[in-house]
Design a protein around this ligand. Structure first.
Ligand code: DLL
Length: 447
């Protein structure tokens, strides 16, 4: 990060849509209180689950006046949403629903998410604010390589970019070669996609003899899955762009819940729209700012499906320092993993992001990796499979052995325990066109 980039950030944040990012704290609190009261009232009037939960907890809706009072009410979980499938959580009749989306279903059955026209307008305004935060301007050409469809990435970015009056290329996810040709021939200046798809794209561009650094791209907007600080460095280098993190989830709105400003030190939560809390995932106790735990979100403006204390499963912390960009919105640290996205090696909990960070310490490998879980002797066994580039693979066995040793050491240093590492052939790990699947389960191995 440079001082200049912060200066650029504050210049573009003159955009009228960005004013809500800079509200005086007192005004922000008043807005949150007012919106929270209206949301709680609506939820309890219209949604059985909230009515029942409040009754069991012995709380009346008018007792929830400020976000501090939220601790009195129970959480909502993904299981609750699944149990209410398809429309049990809707707070409006279907004829007032303007659009339906769904969560990705990475951890089970999809959850249906309705939006009224007003919800869509709020979402679009949130996306404009995020794009402005990244320094995107109406003169930009935005290549939107998030999937269009039930997934919120495609249309979320599309509506925000169109409302910003930028030029949108609705290329959607996948079709890697076409993406590269589009970026080159259409003169894209902003690329939006998952970080794992970008890696795939960078590899392919290399094979096609196209240098992404020579294109007009200047900004990349990456989210929808965890990615590490180390990966940011690789991405920025591969395409000579500034890479920004954006966070969101369908149950709350889609992309646009939180985003990075040019200071790159955490993601500002649009907390006049989505109220964040961090809890201890085991006890459910709210944790003070600065402590790591599970992110819980409450929507403050949603009509069609208000969410009160939704447990995201995502692990982060609220940053305590003010941000140099001047935004009054609190920040969360980048989401490194989901609380259920772990595997266990010799009793130690390990997350894929820790493996990725360790791999990035070793220069020769691209972070194309997968963690393969299997049963051996009745115990869960984990093996990290890492792809090596074609030039390395054709090399001598001793070179490969030395690479494997260095990777094994880097991982051991990173996570504190030994994990089996296996180098695999170029292109043998399935490429992601959207969210990467880092952990896979193999068939049962004979002991
Ligand atoms: O992934 C929405 C989105 C689209 C966000 C495009 C950003 C860009 P879902 O499909 O419902 O929605 O998946 C939500 O993805 O709970 C996190 O576990 C993960 N996730 C989303 N953004 C990030 C991020 C979209 N920036 C789930 N870093 C969330 C880490 C992320 N994880």
């Amino acid at each position: 990060m440079t001082d200049a980039s912060v200066a650029v950030g504050s210049t573009v944040s003159q955009h009228p849509a960005a004013a809500d990012d800079f509200l005086p704290v007192q005004k922000l609190r008043e807005r949150q209180d007012e919106r929270l009261r209206a949301t709680v009232r609506l939820a309890c009037e219209r949604v059985d689950l909230y009515r029942q939960r409040f009754a069991v907890a012995g709380v009346r809706s008018d007792q929830i006046q400020t976000p501090e009072d939220l601790v009195r009410i129970p959480f909502v979980t993904k299981d609750d949403l699944r149990a209410a499938y398809p429309q049990g959580m809707f707070a409006v009749p279907l004829d007032q629903v303007a659009r339906l989306h769904a969560s990705s279903g990475t951890t089970g059955r999809q959850v249906l998410v309705p939006y009224t026209a007003a919800d869509l307008a709020v979402w679009t305004a949130a996306m404009i604010r995020c794009l402005v935060m990244f320094g995107v301007r109406p003169s930009d050409v935005i290549q939107n390589a998030y999937g269009y469809g039930l997934f919120t990435g495609g249309l979320g970015f599309h509506d925000g970019a169109a409302a910003l009056r930028a030029t949108v290329i609705p290329v959607s996810g996948g079709n890697t070669e076409r993406q590269i040709v589009v970026a080159r021939d259409f003169g894209s200046t902003v690329l939006c996609c998952t970080p794992s798809f970008f890696l795939h794209l960078a590899d392919r561009a290399d094979e096609m003899g196209i240098d992404l650094r020579g294109l007009r791209l200047r900004i990349g907007v990456f989210g929808a899955e965890p990615w590490s600080e180390g990966l940011r460095g690789r991405i920025e280098q591969a395409a000579a762009i500034e890479a920004f993190d954006i966070y969101g989830l369908a149950e709350i709105v889609g992309p646009g819940v939180a985003a990075e400003c040019p200071a790159h030190s955490g993601l500002h939560v649009l907390e006049d729209l989505f109220y964040p809390e961090i809890i201890d995932p085991a006890s459910g106790q709210r944790l003070p700012d600065g402590q790591v735990g599970e992110l819980v979100l409450t929507t403050l403006c949603k009509e069609a499906m208000p969410m009160l204390r939704y447990r995201t499963g995502d692990v982060t912390a609220i940053c305590t320092e003010p941000c140099p960009c001047g935004r009054t919105l609190r920040r969360i640290r980048r989401v490194s993993h989901r609380s259920d996205d772990l595997f266990i090696v010799r009793g130690v909990n390990v997350y894929p992001s820790q493996i990725e960070a360790a791999l990035l310490e070793v220069k020769e490998t691209l972070p194309h990796y997968q963690i393969v879980l299997s049963q051996r002797d009745g115990q869960e066994h984990a093996e990290v499979q890492i792809e090596v580039g074609p030039e390395m693979f054709s090399d001598r066995i001793s070179v490969l052995q030395s690479l494997q040793d260095r990777l094994t050491r880097a991982i051991r240093q990173g996570i504190g325990v030994h994990v089996d590492v296996r180098l695999v052939e170029p292109r043998s790990i399935a490429r992601s066109e959207g969210k990467a699947q880092r952990i896979v389960t193999a068939g049962t191995h004979a002991p």
